[in-house]
Design a protein around this ligand. Structure first.
Ligand SMILES: Nc1nc2c(c(=O)[nH]1)N[C@H]1C(S)=C(S)[C@@H](COP(=O)(O)O)O[C@H]1N2
Ligand SMILES: [Mo]
Length: 511
């Protein structure tokens, strides 16, 4: 029998996998360390950079699919998918390296180069951000080389021992660096400390919340959404970590006087409370991408007042630290004093994932045209001159929230007992207000539900209908009538380009 001259395929595949793990582990650890000591922009992670580049190039249909299928977990799903693809490519690199190790190494090099390009083309990248990727790739290639040498059959048999020792060492490097990169923390620690140090001022205008906002129905969405369960939608794979000291808000464009506010400047303004229900354009009928909070902030109208806004202007283009751009019609920001540069939700400083230190909140507009998180720049401009992120990706430039209502109770396919059963949920028609919510069973007549109280028409309202359930299978539907007497649109449409319509329905079995 001829002496084999190449490592067995499984061994080579395993070596490739380990080399890939070392590449990522070393790069992520270096990225975390550079971030912690303040070298580079804090965006050195190749995995996040590739993910971000992917998000930016995601076609609208795929983004719709991801949000409707995975909701706020779309990011974990994307990162897991990247992990799987990388693992497969690492295995391929290992197998290629059987014949000539340089061929496998070339694949690792190409992957490293792709990641490096992703890193340096991020909006806030600095040249030093590429270091972790370069050194991680070098470590990966060295690992592949060392393992392939050990996997080579000597005297007709793989020196199992030498290979296993090498593999163990590589595995240890990958695991230790991976764990350590999490532990270093870096800017997330300083941002958390900065947030913990915030002392919110007393508002000069308070929202009085009526005692009857909350109906006593099990399973109904709470009127006030606590920050932990507030839906999250953004393109940021890693939550931007911004300290109050670093943060500032620049106001410029078609104004006579520019302005730059520090966080302390902002907190020293007379801040007001507003109760506002945020809604995402990606919310399907009956979906969960809406949440309600009492926000504390400074009215954008007050902010713009003294600056001499040009009569030409019809839009404010807001930009976040992570490069998101959002266009909001000027009159929604200045027409009344409802739109805020918000610093707190439900009495606590904005959680990092909801925009700490500051974000915009505008009643009546979908989040992608109003609710800029981590906002640092307001440019007064014109729709004719500037285009926002989602507008260039197939979504409408102007997108008022469409009136909608949702059944929370009973759940789909619930098994109910005959007799009195509450049908309950929430409904919203921000800006107009909800006059009535109606329920029908099996396409029968519409019945009026009872509405809970609300402080203002900028929030959703809870509703309940006491249904006398009869045995059998039933379909329950709801709709709202807004304050102008207009019923919610019953025709089903998808979320693109400017929000879904249709009636929510639940199928239940009564026995
Ligand atoms: N910086 C930034 N702000 C953003 C987004 C984003 O991707 N990046 N997404 C917007 C969208 S689409 C919505 S619906 C709201 C969601 O706000 P929330 O995550 O606090 O619920 O934020 C808006 N603000
Ligand atoms: Mo959204």
């Amino acid at each position: 029998m001829a002496t084999p001259t190449r490592p067995p395929v499984p061994t080579a595949a395993f070596a490739g996998l380990l080399a890939g793990a070392v590449t990522i582990g070393v790069a992520e650890l270096l990225a975390a360390v550079l971030d912690a000591v303040g070298i580079g922009s804090g965006h050195g992670s190749p995995v996040l950079a590739v993910g971000d580049a992917f998000v930016d190039r995601t076609p609208a249909w795929l983004k719709d699919f991801a949000i409707s299928t995975f909701g706020s977990h779309d990011k974990q799903v994307l990162l897991a998918s990247i992990g799987v693809v990388l693992a497969v490519l690492a295995v391929v690199a290992g197998v290629l390296a059987r014949r000539r190790w340089t061929v496998g190494a070339a694949l690792v090099l190409v992957l490293g180069a792709v990641a490096a390009v992703a890193v340096v083309t991020r909006p806030s990248a600095s040249a030093l951000d590429v270091l972790p990727t370069v050194l991680g790739t070098a470590a990966g290639i060295a690992t592949l080389r060392a393992l392939m040498l050990r996997a080579l059959p000597t005297d007709g048999a793989v020196s199992r021992r030498a290979f296993l020792q090498g593999a163990g060492a590589a595995g240890a490097v990958a695991v230790v660096s991976g764990v350590a990169s999490r532990a270093v923390g870096g800017s997330s620690k300083s941002a958390a400390a900065s947030r913990a140090a915030v002392r919110l001022p007393e508002p000069v205008e308070r929202v009085t919340i009526p005692s009857g906002v909350q109906l006593p129905v099990d399973g109904i969405t709470p009127w006030r959404t606590d920050p932990q369960s507030f839906y999250r939608v953004d393109t940021a794979l890693s939550v931007p970590q911004v300290t109050t000291g670093e943060w500032s808000l620049r106001v410029h464009g078609l104004v006579d006087r520019e302005l730059t506010l520090s966080y302390d400047d902002l907190l020293s303004k007379p801040l007001v409370e507003r109760a506002i229900t945020l809604t995402c354009v990606s919310n399907e009928v009956g979906g969960k991408l809406a949440g309600n909070a009492v926000w504390l902030g400074y009215p954008v109208a007050d902010l713009l007042k003294g600056l001499g806004v040009d009569g030409w202007a019809d839009m404010v283009l807001s930009t976040s630290v992570d490069g998101m751009t959002i266009s909001t019609p000027l009159h929604h920001l200045t027409g009344d004093r409802e739109a805020l540069v918000a610093v707190a939700m439900n009495g606590v400083p904005l959680p990092p994932e909801h925009g700490f230190p500051a974000r915009l909140v505008v009643p009546g507009l979908y989040g992608y045209v109003s609710a800029t998180k981590w906002v640092t720049d307001l440019k007064v401009t014109r729709f004719a001159d500037d285009e926002a992120y989602w507008t260039s990706r197939g979504y409408a430039a102007k997108a008022p929230i469409k009136a909608s209502s949702r059944i929370d109770v009973p759940r789909s396919f619930a098994q109910l007992k005959a007799g009195r059963q509450p049908v309950a949920g929430v409904a919203w028609a921000q800006g107009t207000g909800v006059r009535e919510v109606q329920v029908r069973v099996d396409q029968g007549p519409w019945h009026q539900a009872r509405l809970a109280d609300v402080p203002t028409d900028t929030t959703w309202v809870q509703w309940v209908y006491e249904w006398d359930a009869t045995p059998g299978n039933h379909t329950i539907e709801c709709r709202l009538i807004d304050s102008d007497g207009t019923p919610q649109i019953a025709q089903r449409t998808g979320v693109r380009p400017d929000g879904s319509t249709g009636l929510d329905s639940k199928n239940v079995t009564v026995s």
